[in-house]
Structures are given as C-alpha cells and as structure tokens.
Design a protein around this ligand. Structure first.
Ligand SMILES: Nc1ncnc2c1ncn2[C@@H]1O[C@H](COP(=O)(O)OP(=O)(O)OP(=O)(O)O)[C@@H](O)[C@H]1O
Ligand SMILES: [Mg+2]
Length: 503
C-alpha cells in the first residue's frame, strides 16, 4: 500500500494585483524526508510557503494534510496543525529577550495562570538552545544580537513547536559554515523522528548535502520532482534556470603580479574594542586599485563590525584610514559616501532598503541630488536610470512603483546593488553580497564586481560561502577573534586552508 503523504499541495495559484506570482504550485512531502524546494529569484517559493502557512490566501488549488483537505486562515492555525516555518525575512521583536521571543504567545505561567513564569521560561529557553548547541544567551535582547544569532533564534523557535512539518525558507543565508553544520545536525535528528522538512536555499551544495527529494519551481510553475540521489548539480541548475548555465570564473581573473600596486585604501591599527558587538583589534590592511579583497572568518570573528565601522556606522577607538594616500575621517555613512565608499550590508532589511517604499524611490534615494539638480525631480531621467539598473541586474518586477517588500528576496538584493552603484563609489564594501540570490544572478554579480574593479576601483567582500570567496577574491584575509590571522593569495587558498585558519 502506498504510504500517505504528510503534505500534498496541488495546483496552487496566487495572483497579486492581477499578476500571477504562482500559476501551478505543487509539492508532495513525505514523513521523515528533507525536501528541497528549488527555483530562481521570483520563482514563487516564498509565496507558495506563505500560502501553506495561511499567511496568504490562494486563488486556486488544494492543500492536503495527512490526505485531508485543509485551508489555514492564518499562521496560528497552521502551527496548531503542526506546521512551523522559519521565514525568509526575519522579524524578531527587538526589545524583547531571546527567551521572550522564543515563547511569545505560549509563555509558561504560574500562580494559577495569572503571571508569566519568567524563571521557567528562561530555563526552557536555555535548555532548548543548549540541546541544539546554539551558543546564544537567553537573557539578551534581540536588538543586541548579530543577524546570524537572530537567525539561530528563529530556527530554535520553529523547532520548539515540535511540529510534524518544518518549513525553512533560506535558514542559512545569514549564518556561516560552522553554524550551518550545527543546524544540519538538528535537522537530521528531526528527520529521524519522522518530521517532514521543506528546505529552501540558493546554496546548492547544501541541497546535495542533506536533502532527500527536490521539487523545482520556475516562473511560478511546478517543473519537476525527484530524488536527489538521481541527479547532479549541473542538472538541477539547468532545471532551475531553464537552460544551461556556464559557471564563469572571474573573467579577467588577475594574478597578484598584474594587479596595480597602487594602494587605494589603507587602514592601519584600526581597532574597536566593544563589549556588545564583536570587536576587532589592530587591523592593518590595504586594498589595491583593481583588487577584490575577500575577508573570511567564522561568526563573531569581527568581520562585519570592521566593515560597518569603516562605513561610519560605528566609531573606531583607534586607527588611521587613508584613501589614495590622504587621511579621511569617517564619522557617518554620509562621510563614507562623500569619500567614495559604498556599502552593501548583510542585513538588507535593517540598513539596505526601506521595505514600504517603491523600488524606484529605493534605488534613487541615496543619489537624489543627481536626479534633482535644481531642486525638482527629473522623473524622466529617474525612470531611465531605474530601467537601466533593472536590466543590468535583471530585477524581476511588474512595476517600479511596487513596494520593495513585495519583491522576492533575491530581487530585493539586486535593488540594494542598484541603489549603491548610483552613488558612484570608488570603494565598494560588501557583506555577504549574494545573500538569497540565485545561481544565475550570482554569476551576474560576480561579473559586475569584476568589471567594477577593472577600472581601478576596489572591492572588499565578506562571504561565508567558501566557493564564493575562492571564486571572486584576488587575495583573502582570514579574521579570527577580531584579528587578521592569515593572508592568502588567489590560487593559494583552498576550502581546507580557509577553514583551518578560521577555526
Ligand atoms: N505582496 C506581494 N505583492 C505583489 N507581488 C508580490 C508580493 N509577494 C510576492 N510578489 C511577487 O511574486 C513573485 C514571486 O515571489 P516569491 O517571493 O515567491 O519568489 P521566491 O521564489 O521566494 O524568490 P527568492 O528566491 O528571490 O526569494 C515575485 O515576482 C514577487 O515580486
Ligand atoms: Mg523567497
């Protein structure tokens, strides 16, 4: 007899303002299976998952749980039926503690249910995090956590519901390899207990590492379902994009020898010794004209704090920064932009974009004077520029007046790139630049970075994806506990050398 599927979604349809985001969403989830839901940016994955969770209603199709039709009006109903989700865009409550966030709405009570039992809640939170091996203090406020820690808390919270189905929409996009390994151990345990897991990621190596089955969506349509053991990476990429993709290395990949020796940016004895954020100490580095400098390290190594500070989001305690040999004092992002520095932050929601503003406004926001030289906005020029950016990064949008938060995750990232480029920077700082971006768009971003530096500009890029950092960097610095512990040239660095230096 055929086993009953845990969850079955058939021919799900959804349109937003008359435009179809999903025309044919289907998926069959078995018990004790890790099922990868794959598709390019804007393929309809998050829309589909939001429908399963009752966040959006759907315009057609059926959802069956244990063979019985269900229709959730809101996420609380889905949770009650045993389905939990880690959403793509995280939304913690900033001024509540870790424990309060995890147990929000189901706090343990005392004195006949009249009061929240804080001690009990704290203990349960600590037990949960230590069982999962997540190293985060339960009493900390969410606002004080790094993005990676916030993501771990969302994961812990979803797992703590002890559901039968766990949906993860890009759970690893903000965490590094070490935390990913811990997460995978937890997922494998859940699988052994019979939980069905739907897993979305653009990191294809993860899919081949843990998934049992896959379903591909393209342009809002179901394309194919199968077993991971029957396919390889190239096949999967082809199904996702609909045609063959060449994996291009950096086009004019330079040797250290043919890089210009002219120094664009020099940082010396740069230090920030804080207690709340990971700090960095005594950083000496230079960035040459035409160079892509990679920074690798584990979570908490101080990489992001360093870039944030360089961009003026925090103040250093000591140190000297020079651009083209001249000392600069950067106290704020405005100073950084004036000095020719631009920044692609890791947390696009926090500091990259304004979700409830249009795509057009977001792209032109930081370069507004360009579009309004005499005080009034030149709409035509503005629209032309936005269209140019749309084509350059292949942003999938039905209109430039759509709110940015209505775009798919990967397309939001492309908006961040567009916005930053318009400030005409000489130095581009990127923290996880391809977070949530699909394979095709990743190659576009790499090509863009290459052409950007080809004109004598420079890029510093943090990436936790080993493949990525190896592919794009001319030189890699490894951060550990706030210090640079190693410098490796292109060709010298390998997966093994980077991981062993970083840990
Ligand atoms: N609230 C909304 N209003 C209008 N359009 C929307 C809304 N939410 C999603 N869309 C559109 O639906 C399409 C599918 O988006 P979805 O977020 O499901 O893609 P995705 O597969 O999750 O992509 P990614 O990998 O980039 O996260 C996109 O074109 C997006 O702009
Ligand atoms: Mg998505």
């Amino acid at each position: 007899m055929e086993e009953t599927l845990l969850l079955q979604a058939k021919h799900i349809k959804k349109q937003f303002a008359g435009v179809y985001a999903l025309t044919e969403g289907s998926l069959n989830l078995k018990k004790g299976s890790i099922h990868a839901l794959c598709g390019g940016n804007g393929a309809g994955k998050s829309t589909f998952l939001n429908i399963l969770m009752g966040v959006f209603n759907h315009d057609g199709g059926d959802i069956l749980l244990d063979g019985k039709q269900v229709n959730f009006d809101n996420p609380a109903q889905a949770l009650a039926a045993g389905i939990a989700i880690i959403t793509q865009e995280l939304s913690p409550i900033p001024y509540m503690s870790v424990a309060e966030n995890i147990f929000l709405g189901r706090e343990p009570m005392c004195i006949q249910g009249l009061f929240i039992d804080y001690a009990q809640m704290l203990q349960q939170s600590r037990d949960l995090l230590s069982k999962l091996n997540f190293d985060v203090d339960s009493t900390m406020l969410m606002v004080d956590l790094s993005l990676a820690q916030v993501q771990l808390i969302e994961i812990a919270k979803a797992i703590s519901h002890h559901g039968r189905i766990l949906i993860m929409d890009e759970p690893t996009s903000a965490i590094g390899e070490a935390e990913t390994a811990i997460l995978f151990a937890a997922i494998t345990q859940l699988k052994a207990q019979g939980v069905g897991i739907i897993y979305v990621t653009h990191r294809l190596s993860e899919i081949f590492q843990i998934a049992d089955e896959y379903t591909v969506f393209r342009d809002g349509c179901f394309i194919e379902q199968g077993l991971i053991k029957d396919i390889n990476r190239e096949y999967l990429v082809q199904k996702i994009v609909g045609h063959k993709v060449m994996r291009s290395l950096r086009d004019n990949a330079s040797n250290a020898d043919d890089l210009s020796q002219e120094i664009l940016l020099n940082v010396s004895d740069y230090s920030r010794i804080g207690t709340r954020t990971p700090s960095f100490n005594n950083i000496d580095l230079n960035l040459k004209k035409g160079e892509i400098l990679g920074i690798y390290g584990l979570m908490g190594a101080g990489r992001s704090a360093f870039l944030n500070t360089l961009y003026g989001l925090a103040k250093p305690d000591r140190g000297l920064v020079q651009i083209n040999g001249k000392e600069v004092h950067i106290q704020s992002p405005k100073d950084a932009i004036n000095a020719g520095i631009a920044f692609i932050p890791k947390d696009r929601k926090g500091s990259g974009i304004v979700g409830c503003r249009s795509i057009r406004e977001n792209i032109t926001l930081t370069a507004l004077p360009k579009f309004s030289p005499f005080g009034w906005l030149n709409r035509q020029y503005e629209a032309l520029t936005v269209n140019k950016m749309k084509e350059m990064f292949n942003i999938r949008m039905s209109s430039m007046d759509l709110w940015v938060e209505q775009l798919s995750g990967g397309n939001q990232q492309k908006v961040v790139f567009s916005k930053v480029l318009l400030t005409d920077p000489k130095i581009l700082l990127c923290d996880e630049p391809t977070r949530g971006v699909d394979e095709g768009a990743k190659q576009e971003i790499y090509k863009f970075l290459s052409s950007f530096v080809a004109t004598g500009k420079g890029v510093i890029v943090i990436s936790s994806e080993l493949d990525e950092i190896l592919q794009i960097s001319d030189r890699i610095l490894v951060f550990k506990k706030g210090k640079i512990v190693e410098e490796l040239q292109r060709g010298e660095a390998t997966h093994e050398s980077l991981t062993s230096c970083a840990s």
